[in-house]
Write a protein that binds this ligand. Structure first.
Ligand code: PMP
Length: 283
């Protein structure tokens, strides 16, 4: 039986009751986080907590118990017997339930807090071959830095990729490559690692941040600078990053083969160093 966390309680998923007046349901008025459990610990929980607090602040959602998340996330792992597995915890916090109105509820209502955990098998094979992705105009709003649950442009775009047998949709805004529907993207051009800088047009990925740190430690030259779509023919390597895929090579983008069509050497170094870091944390 699956046990979830709902407004301070551990209950079964079937017992969860969310009001139809919940602003998450009516307006997608909420934020989320996803943290990964590596058979004994959450990777960079501090990074996720900092981003969660920022997202809540930007949406002016006042969840006073934010710091309880690490504790109940771990409890969810344990209650659901996932300690010895690779697992994820999803957290969603909405502004709460109040009669539908564009302005925020007055007086304040309590936010709705929901979290659940699940085990999964990492995509080891895909990391060897790399993935193919499509390119598409970035149809999202201009606050992509907030980890908001308003993901319709992301899901519509990802569905398009999925229906075409592709594993990700990479967005292009004003000729510049921003990020994927649920990942950040990196390029290697003449040995230099490029990724879009932190801005309101991308989500500041926790994996992205750690990759930049790892790459710097390896002495790889880094430029946090957007790559123009029309420079893609000069790209030798590409990879996407997120909490579930970690470092995932991209071998084809927008119908064009990247480099030799196989994961490249810089991607491999970064991916190996990332794996080493995880293994060293496992102790
Ligand atoms: N960008 C978007 C739009 C995302 O949805 C995600 C996944 N949450 C990322 C980037 C990667 O973030 P992270 O590395 O923290 O999983």
């Amino acid at each position: 039986m699956e046990t979830v966390y709902f407004n301070g309680k551990f209950i079964t998923k079937e017992e969860v009751k969310i009001s139809p007046d919940d602003r998450g349901f009516l307006f997608a008025d909420g934020v989320y986080e996803v943290v990964r459990w590596y058979q004994g610990f959450f990777y960079d929980l501090n990074g996720h907590m900092t981003r969660l607090k920022r997202s809540l602040r930007e949406l002016r959602i006042n969840w006073t118990d934010t710091d309880s998340f690490p504790d109940f996330a771990e409890k969810l792992i344990k209650i659901n017997s996932l300690e010895n597995q690779t697992a994820m915890v999803y957290l969603q916090v909405t502004r709460g339930a109040a009669r539908r109105s564009h302005n925020f509820p007055k007086p304040d209502v309590l936010p709705t807090v929901y979290a659940y955990a699940w085990g999964f098998l990492p995509e080891v094979k895909l990391k060897e071959t790399g993935i193919k992705a499509m390119l598409k105009e970035d149809i999202r709003w201009s606050r992509c830095d907030i980890k908001s649950v308003a993901l319709l442009p992301n899901t519509l775009s990802f569905q398009e990729a999925h229906e075409n047998g592709l594993k990700e949709c990479i967005f292009v805004r004003n000729g510049l490559i921003t990020e994927g529907s649920h990942s950040n993207i990196f390029f290697v051009i003449n040995g230099t690692l490029y990724t879009h800088p932190e801005s309101n047009y991308v989500l500041s990925g926790i994996t992205r941040k750690n990759i930049l740190r790892i790459a710097e430690d390896c002495g790889i030259k880094i430029r946090e600078e957007a790559v123009e779509e029309n420079r893609l023919r000069f790209v030798q390597e590409a990879f996407i990053s997120n909490t579930s895929a970690e470092v995932m090579p991209v071998t084809e983008l927008g119908g064009n083969t990247i480099g030799d069509g196989v994961p490249g050497p810089v991607t491999r170094i970064i991916s190996d160093k990332f794996d080493n870091e995880i293994n060293s944390l496992k102790g």
